[in-house]
Design a protein around this ligand. Structure first.
Ligand code: MN
Length: 179
């Protein structure tokens, strides 16, 4: 995780800063950069997505994570997926079957409806092309750099272990703010 944060994520930050230097995007909130993105601008697309996605990833994990959500988010998961186990299955499947590099997401639509999906590369659900996805509140990195050192090619094992570090309080706060 230290290599992931200090090397991989830092690389996206450095390259994003280079790509937007002296442009109108310089200094704008990252969410605004993504929501108004020109999808053909690959330098900003890849690096702004990379920065935002990793920020979210770090924020929804904790060494004391795991367990299950409570309160409003737990109710919404029950309502929209049938059960927490069924949600885990849908989310893991979206993440496990994303071919090549990408992300698995839990997103919330206006009104509170939840949906599991995935994006390729460093694309974010906040980008215009994915506006049908809603706002991401939980995301898992399925680039090989996220798991190769410990799990080699075993993405499903990484995904299974990852539930042990999910910080459900952080996800619940994002749910409340985004719905
Ligand atoms: Mn990563």
């Amino acid at each position: 995780m230290e290599i992931h944060h200090g090397k991989h994520h830092q690389g996206y930050v450095n390259n994003l800063n280079k790509a937007i230097e002296g442009t109108p995007l310089d200094g704008k909130p990252i969410e605004e950069v993504l929501k108004t993105l020109d999808m053909k601008n690959m330098a900003v697309r890849n690096n702004a997505g990379g920065h935002y996605n990793h920020n979210l990833f770090w924020a929804v994990m904790s060494p004391n994570g795991g367990g299950t959500p409570t309160g409003e988010l737990a109710g919404a998961i029950q309502r929209d997926f049938g059960s927490f186990e069924s949600f885990q299955e849908k989310f893991s499947q979206a993440a496990a079957t994303r071919f090549g590099s990408g992300w698995g997401w839990l997103c919330v639509h206006k009104g509170g409806k939840l949906e599991a999906c995935s994006t390729p590369n460093q694309d974010s659900p906040l980008m215009p092309e994915y506006s049908h996805c809603g706002t991401p509140i939980l995301g898992v990195d399925v680039w090989e750099h996220a798991y190769y050192l410990h799990y080699q090619n075993r993405r499903p094992d990484y995904l299974k272990a990852w539930w042990n570090v999910v910080n459900w309080d952080a996800v619940a706060k994002r749910y409340a703010a985004a719905k």
